[in-house]
Design a protein around this ligand. Structure first.
Ligand code: ATP
Ligand code: MG
Length: 359
């Protein structure tokens, strides 16, 4: 276990900054997740921490020790890549034991550790098999086990579940979380799967184009995104972004109006802005169905475009009436409506977010 700190780390390739001015501090034993779109610099950060990538500027500390010039193998860091490689001629058990054997750990200790890790990852029954006799998912779990078994100071995982099918992905995600709770190894996990980020992380770092956009707990990132990139990257379907203006206590969205209470107006912090974009999560828009709802001044009219039953609820894509503006929201699974219907909806005004208008 160790703590980790990056200070203003930059990596340039041919004068192009792959990552720029990256700073964060991970306390001992925490599980942090790096998310962002393809090419935003996630792997570059992991490789820099592991010592596989020289950095152009900045400092990396593992347990307060500056490691910039310490070679990878002396950093006591284990990394699992998306394209892991097992030793094909060794059994699963031997693959797991390999690193410990190299370190001359006594064989009874090795046996015990192999059994424990294998149990945690549900691969106990595979210990005598060779890698080619395993499914992709089983191989991936062996690779995770092999990296974690020597209990490194830092555990770095670069999209380790991306080769798995959806069900196995979910199962392995849960196992990883349990494993982390048992072992408490400081972990940095890279993914572009936001569900993985939300479910696994103590803290999430959202990256875009080589720069940190926001660091926060999953709840902070989801509920208080600092900008439009974070707001629309996390959440599926993404947050609705709707151009709006403010006039005489009303928000005006494509000729429809929402009356703002003084409290909501204050919390929105419009700061004299006339044009801006409203952010509304799909779950904060609701079908009006009671007379109470219908009496409020807080409603919009939409035209249903697409109805997607999800089982426990129904996802609806609609357009704001008399506009092309698409909005996504949910209805209860017993809601009946179809394409072309006009529908009144209400909005949780206190959950609205404001972003500067797009260029
Ligand atoms: N060896 C290299 N030479 C030149 N450019 C590179 C090199 N390695 C990475 N880059 C560039 O640095 C940027 C960040 O790459 P990186 O691999 O860190 O992205 P990523 O976030 O891991 O993406 P992905 O989700 O696709 O794996 C990209 O624009 C990439 O093209
Ligand atoms: Mg990558």
């Amino acid at each position: 276990m160790a703590k980790l700190a990056l200070e203003q780390v930059t990596r340039e390739f041919d004068q192009v900054k792959a990552i720029s001015d990256i700073s964060f501090k991970v306390p001992n034993g925490e599980f942090w997740v790096l998310v962002g779109p393809s090419g935003c610099g996630k792997s570059t950060i992991l490789r820099a921490i592991a010592g596989l990538e020289k950095i152009t500027a900045g400092s990396i500390y593992i347990d307060d020790l500056l490691v910039n010039d310490i070679p990878a193998r002396q950093r006591d860091v284990a990394m699992v890549f998306q394209n892991y490689a097992l030793y094909p001629h060794l059994t699963v058990g031997e693959n797991l034991a390999f690193g410990l054997k190299m370190r001359q750990v006594p064989s009874n200790v090795i046996r015990e550790k192999v059994e424990t890790i294998a149990r945690s990852l549900s691969i106990s029954h595979l210990l005598k098999r060779k890698p080619k006799q395993l499914s992709g998912g089983q191989q991936q779990r062996v690779a995770l086990g092999r990296a974690i078994i020597r209990e490194p100071k830092l555990f770095l995982l670069d999209e380790p579940l991306s080769n798995l099918d959806a069900q196995l992905r979910e199962q392995t995600r849960t196992e990883l979380k349990q494993l982390h709770q048992q072992l408490g190894i400081t972990t940095i996990y890279v993914t572009h799967d936001q569900v993985e980020a939300m479910t696994l992380a103590d803290q999430i770092i959202v990256l875009d184009r080589g720069q940190i956009q926001q660091i926060g707990t999953p709840q902070e990132i989801y509920n208080q995104p600092v900008n439009r990139m974070v707001a629309t990257f996390i959440g599926s379907p993404p947050m609705n972004i709707i151009p709006a203006t403010y006039q005489d206590d009303y928000l005006v969205l494509h000729n429809q109006r929402l009356l703002l209470t003084p409290q909501v107006l204050k919390s929105l912090q419009l700061q004299g802005r006339e044009f801006f974009d409203l952010g509304i999560r799909p779950e904060h828009i609701h079908i009006c169905n009671s007379s109470e709802d219908l009496a409020t001044t807080n409603q919009l009219e939409v035209i249903i475009q697409l109805v997607e039953p999800l089982g426990h609820q129904t996802l609806i894509q609609a357009t704001l009436a008399e506009s092309q503006q698409i909005v996504n929201f949910y209805a209860n699974s017993d809601w009946r409506g179809s394409r072309g219907d006009r529908q009144k909806v209400t909005v949780d005004l206190e959950r609205l977010l404001i972003f500067p208008a797009a260029d």
